[in-house]
Design a protein around this ligand. Structure first.
Ligand SMILES: [Zn+2]
Length: 471
């Protein structure tokens, strides 16, 4: 059935204007004034913005870690994402050394199909490069997985050596993929951690103190240099500190194809949260760790001036009870990660746009458009345009709410932003023209979300869109 959204203010990465949006067959078929409402359901967006659905480029749903599994799976995780205005996620498919990449990808398909309520895609972890992996990569690209993730940290678990990172950069350049790095020096962290434990330093705060900003800055700089050497392309995930921003800015100033993502937790929370009493600091244990407060201003400025370009959630949720608690008496056993997927967009709007740190159009660029462009989804996703998927967020910029685990939709038993007052909230969210959230109530269904094959990195050619005339 046709829908027409009337009276809203459309916001894209470039423009802000009042117009009606006509939706047919899941796509935007017209944008304009006095469009025909014949046979169309009329949706009134008076007083609201219409944003392109946000894209979360960084999620870990149903992921094993540290002897346990993240609390949110593709059903609860994507439902919570939708409430927050996100209509597409790109999740990290983990691989195991010696195992075929196809097996890992199939595992991720099994986890997600019949569950996701919004659209989704995968990045693929590369832990080693050998003949078998090289043989499989072209097929991986063929299946629309055009970004590879390399961990420079988590020694003896996910960590790849520099040779693997370098080879991955070379292959990515050949095949048309974007290499993503978790940039922390895992070897140094391993040493500092063992030292801390030997000295009896076991509290959550030592998670942060054994992964200082220098190890992130060093790894970021190293990844940038290897990218230059390979003449390839790099996306640094979850940038948390000034030291890393500096290295990304330096690389970009040299003309390197290097991009940086940060996350809302680094913009509004700081290291002191890890010192909360009664082991509650464990709720804020993730990697890289929260930093001293002064780093926040550096990150905000980097988003504003384009040194960092995107916002991911790094959603990786574990209950406090029974999961985070595994690390009582030994901070290295605290599962790393936090529940962020639902509030990513709200926090950026409230703290960024409302407080004048970034513009409304930058907000759309950072949460949606740039992500779609970097990860081969544009213009199907990431904008409000004729021919694009009708992934739309009807957003009330004046609504106020207090973030709380008591009202959130994630399956996890705490919220990292508990008690934070935010302005601006999604009212209704559509994915391919169907409501997933309507008037703040869930109306979607598990299995509606489809797997997205993504284009190669840098493949800008617009796919032939359906020809639709603007009335
Ligand atoms: Zn992550």
């Amino acid at each position: 059935m046709k829908k027409i959204i009337v009276n809203g203010i459309i916001v894209t990465a470039a423009d802000t204007y009042k117009a009606d949006v006509l939706i047919e067959n899941g796509k935007i078929s017209a944008i304009g004034h006095q469009l025909s409402r014949e046979d169309a359901e009329v949706v009134d967006a008076n007083g609201c913005y219409i944003f392109p659905g946000a894209i979360d480029p960084h999620t870990h749903l149903d992921m094993p870690f540290g002897g346990t599994v993240t609390k949110d799976d593709f059903e609860t995780g994507t439902m919570a994402a939708a409430f927050g205005g996100t209509t597409t996620i790109i999740d990290f498919c983990l691989t195991n050394k010696g195992e075929s990449l196809q097996n890992s990808i199939q595992t991720w398909h099994d986890k997600s199909k019949e569950k996701a309520v919004i659209d989704y895609s995968f990045h693929l972890m590369i832990g080693e490069i050998n003949e078998a992996v090289l043989n499989e990569l072209p097929q991986v690209i063929e299946e629309g997985i055009t970004s590879f993730k390399v961990f420079m940290a988590y020694k003896n678990v996910f960590q790849a050596d520099d040779g693997t990172l370098y080879r991955t950069l070379i292959e990515a350049k050949k095949l048309g993929a974007l290499v993503m790095v978790h940039a922390e020096n895992g070897d140094v962290i391993d040493y500092l951690t063992k030292q801390a434990l030997e000295e009896g330093k076991t509290e959550p705060i030592y998670h942060a103190l054994t992964r200082p900003p220098e190890v992130e800055g060093e790894a970021t700089g190293r990844a940038c240099q290897l990218t230059a050497l390979a003449d390839s392309q790099l996306y640094v995930v979850h940038v948390s500190c000034a030291e890393a921003v500096e290295k990304i800015a330096e690389a970009r100033n040299k003309g390197l194809d290097v991009w940086g993502e940060t996350c809302p937790q680094y913009l509004v929370l700081d290291r002191s949260y890890l010192e909360k009493p009664n082991f509650e600091g464990a709720k804020y244990v993730w990697s890289p760790p929260l930093r001293e407060k002064w780093h926040q201003e550096v990150l905000w400025n980097a988003l504003k001036n384009g040194q960092l370009q995107t916002l991911g959630s790094d959603q990786c949720s574990f209950d406090f009870k029974g999961q985070k608690e595994l690390g009582r008496g030994d901070f290295t056993k605290i599962p790393n990660g936090g529940p962020i997927i639902e509030d990513r967009v709200s926090v950026l709007f409230s703290e960024g746009v409302k407080k004048g740190r970034i513009s409304l159009n930058q907000f759309v660029e950072i949460t949606s458009t740039r992500i779609a462009k970097l990860f081969g989804l544009f213009p199907q996703k990431g904008t409000v345009a004729v021919g694009s998927d009708a992934d739309l967020v009807i957003f009330d910029p004046t609504a106020e709410r207090v973030i709380s685990a008591a009202t959130h939709h994630m399956a996890v038993d705490y919220n990292a932003f508990e008690g934070m007052r935010v302005t601006g909230e999604p009212v209704s969210v559509l994915c391919r023209g169907e409501f997933v959230v309507r008037d703040k109530r869930f109306v979607g269904k598990p299995g509606y979300g489809t797997y997205l094959k993504r284009k190669k990195y840098g493949e800008d050619t617009l796919k032939q869109q359906e020809t639709i005339s603007i009335q």
